[in-house]
Design a protein around this ligand. Structure first.
Ligand SMILES: CC(C)(COP(=O)(O)OP(=O)(O)OC[C@H]1O[C@@H](n2cnc3c(N)ncnc32)[C@H](O)[C@@H]1OP(=O)(O)O)[C@@H](O)C(=O)NCCC(=O)NCCS
Length: 184
């Protein structure tokens, strides 16, 4: 059964639909990845529509395996993907996972990422047909202040700093984590 999450419309902002990525999204996905901000801050770089198609196929397979739940964030006014939120397990059946996200350059600064991350976090941590996780981690480079703001707005407490680990992680990071049943 396809998981669909919704964020109701608010004054001045259309509603959002969050649903698994589909093959038809490949062009919009490739277009979003042309942005310099995506290239700078994300580990995954998708160069063109073919790469986007392959990535969508991988997300579909990983969802079926219960390893990664990747949502396209779609504007209910245009039905086009404007963002992404993924919950990623390191090992099968693990009770904790990492949450990652981006929004397209054209829609940044409108509070879309916090709304989308909040909706997916509730689904991932709640008992309502989600994976019923007990801990969600949110990691970002210390100088990614926009991402840090998303973490704070979604109520992910800062748990500590991660030392740089070059070449993959040349700068220090923040680790935020949400544990509804654990310590605040
Ligand atoms: C981080 C990111 C997901 C935020 O998404 P968003 O939908 O713009 O979220 P918000 O509207 O809540 O903005 C968050 C912060 O971005 C900054 N911001 C505001 N307008 C912006 C714009 N037009 N462009 C870039 N950043 C902007 C502000 O610091 C804002 O915080 P504030 O509301 O307290 O002022 C988005 O900037 C992005 O996709 N960046 C590239 C990929 C990335 O860094 N992903 C996270 C990896 S850990």
């Amino acid at each position: 059964m396809t998981v669909e999450l919704t964020v109701p419309a608010q004054a001045g902002r259309p509603g959002l639909l969050l649903r698994p990525w589909r093959a038809q999204d490949a062009e919009a996905l490739a277009a979003a990845h042309r942005d310099a901000g995506m290239k700078r801050w994300l580990m995954t770089s998708l160069d063109g529509t073919e790469a986007a198609r392959r990535w969508i196929d991988e997300q579909t397979a990983a969802w079926a395996e219960g390893m990664r739940f990747s949502f396209a964030v779609v504007g209910q006014d245009t039905a086009l993907p404007v963002g992404h939120v993924a919950v990623k397990r390191k090992t099968a059946g693990a009770p904790s996972a990492e949450i990652g996200y981006w929004t397209s350059a054209q829609v940044r600064g409108r509070g879309i990422a916090p709304l989308a991350v909040d909706a997916v976090a509730r689904w991932a941590l709640g008992g309502d047909r989600g994976p019923s996780l007990t801990r969600l981690e949110l990691l970002h480079d210390v100088d990614n202040t926009a991402s840090c703001r998303v973490a704070v707005k979604c109520g992910f407490p800062l748990r500590g700093e991660l030392a740089p680990h070059p070449p993959k992680f040349p700068v220090a990071g923040h680790i935020h984590a949400l544990e509804p049943g654990g310590s605040a």
